[in-house]
Design a protein around this ligand. Structure first.
Ligand code: HEM
Length: 203
């Protein structure tokens, strides 16, 4: 089964992920135009992009453990998954800025500084920027694989910030938002165990 998925994955080009990534926003846009996205279509778009962005950030973090524990090799899709997640979070942020803040930058800054869940979201977005900028072969060569990999540990900070942002913003904690955070903490724990094992082996 795993071999079949791996051989299928080898044949699927990574650019298909970018193409597939365009489907949800375009589809949501079409639904909004047809009045099928509820009374507040832009709000619905904001929510969907935030949720999908978080799901893709988590999916990107799952790729390494999937290879380690199950032998599933999806590494070639990791960059595309990360960049599509970035695209969704930028759309999420842009709808917030346009819709919730009415493009008033002073009010946006006020909210970023005063509302802890918005601050957490902003930490996530800020972390995604260097990750997106360095998601290319030129940056890997320029930084060197070790420094590049260290920088990309930032993905865990981004995921944590996104997970906390989600838990915090829903006033009554939902099982769903807590589950996202639990998965992120689980993936972080796996990574810490791996690093500690490597350090013990080197000592
Ligand atoms: C890594 C970065 C981020 C992630 C993963 C993320 C994720 C999410 C998720 C999952 C939701 C809940 C969606 C739902 O209820 O279905 C949400 C809502 C929200 N996010 Fe983000 N977000 C991020 C960054 C930001 C930023 C930078 C801002 C603005 C500065 C922001 C503003 C909001 C607001 C205002 C809501 C609530 C909308 C409402 O219910 O009125 N987010 N976000």
């Amino acid at each position: 089964m795993i071999d079949a998925i791996n051989s299928l994955a080898r044949r699927v080009p990574a650019w298909l992920v970018y193409l597939a990534g365009l489907v949800p926003p375009v589809w949501l846009f079409v639904l909004a135009l047809n009045g099928q996205l509820g009374v507040d279509p832009v709000k619905a778009l904001e929510h969907e992009m935030g949720k999908l962005g978080l799901q893709l950030i988590i999916a990107g973090l799952c790729i390494s453990p999937l290879r380690r524990f199950v032998g599933l090799s999806l590494i070639k899709f990791r960059r595309a998954i990360g960049l599509v997640a970035f695209f969704y979070i930028v759309l999420h942020f842009a709808t917030w800025l346009a819709l919730d803040m009415g493009l008033r930058l002073d009010e946006a800054l006020h909210d970023i500084l005063r509302r802890p869940y918005v601050t957490a979201g902003m930490v996530g977005l800020a972390g995604l920027i260097p990750l997106a900028i360095t998601s290319n072969n030129w940056s890997v060569r320029r930084l060197g694989p070790v420094r590049w990999q260290k920088l990309h540990w930032l993905t865990y900070v981004v995921a944590l910030a996104g997970g906390i942002h989600y838990v915090w913003l829903v006033k009554t904690w939902t099982l769903e938002s807590l589950m996202y955070l639990a998965v992120i903490l689980g993936l972080l724990a796996l990574r810490i165990v791996k690093i500690r094992k490597r350090m013990h082996a080197a000592a």
